[in-house]
Design a protein around this ligand. Structure first.
Ligand SMILES: C[S@@+](CC[C@H](N)C(=O)[O-])C[C@H]1O[C@@H](n2cnc3c(N)ncnc32)[C@H](O)[C@@H]1O
Length: 182
């Protein structure tokens, strides 16, 4: 089932730059298309990827309805892309620890929750322009210290763009990652 936009989607949307004019944007894990469509509305040239074919269709439809252009592709992370580079990679990933049973691809970030982010950041620089940046969501349930290690290991510096509490037990974060030295 396509991920219905939730607090994490809305927080990420609030943290987007006001303009993407002249920028190439990759949204990884586009779901309903809420973020890709907003990035395109703000002038970005947007490519969206999702492993779920229904999400790809939903994103295409959302873009059509909003009369913007989003190129939506099905695949696992960077697999459907050629050697294209982007000014932004934006991702509200699956970030929760695995639950027993069939994994929900929208939520299941791996055994401890951070594993998807590890794969995302390991491949990010191959698809970023030299001064490109990553906008990433994660949760207090994703082991934030582990996420900080992954960010450091992949040689990014991180800046907090937004956070919000969800209920009593969870906090969501949006960070901007810039390659070290930029
Ligand atoms: C939390 S949802 C975010 C959806 C949307 N971007 C939003 O903010 O509402 C995560 C999305 O990542 C997709 N996803 C999960 N694993 C993926 C993978 N390996 N490659 C690409 N997309 C993936 C899921 O299908 C889901 O649509």
């Amino acid at each position: 089932m396509v991920y219905e936009p939730q607090e994490d989607s809305f927080l990420l949307r609030r943290c987007l730059p006001s303009s993407f004019k002249g920028k190439k944007v990759l949204e990884m894990g586009c779901g309903s298309g809420i973020i890709s469509v907003e990035a395109a509305r703000r002038g970005g040239e947007v490519v969206a990827v999702d492993i779920d074919p229904e999400a790809v269709l939903a994103t295409r439809k959302a873009a059509l309805d909003a009369r913007v252009t989003v190129v939506a592709c099905e695949g696992d992370l960077y697999e459907p892309l050629n050697d294209e580079s982007f000014d932004y990679i934006i991702c509200n990933p699956p970030y929760l620890p695995s639950e027993p049973g069939d994994p929900d691809l929208s939520l299941d970030g791996g055994k401890e929750g951070w594993e998807f982010i590890d794969r995302l950041l390991a491949g990010a620089k191959e698809h970023l322009t030299l001064d490109g940046r990553v906008l990433l969501v994660f949760s207090s349930h994703t082991l934030p210290d582990r996420v900080a290690d992954i960010i450091k290991r992949n040689r990014f510096s991180s800046k907090l763009l937004g956070k919000r509490e969800v209920g009593f037990f969870e906090e969501l974060f949006v960070v901007e990652l810039v390659p070290d030295g930029c």
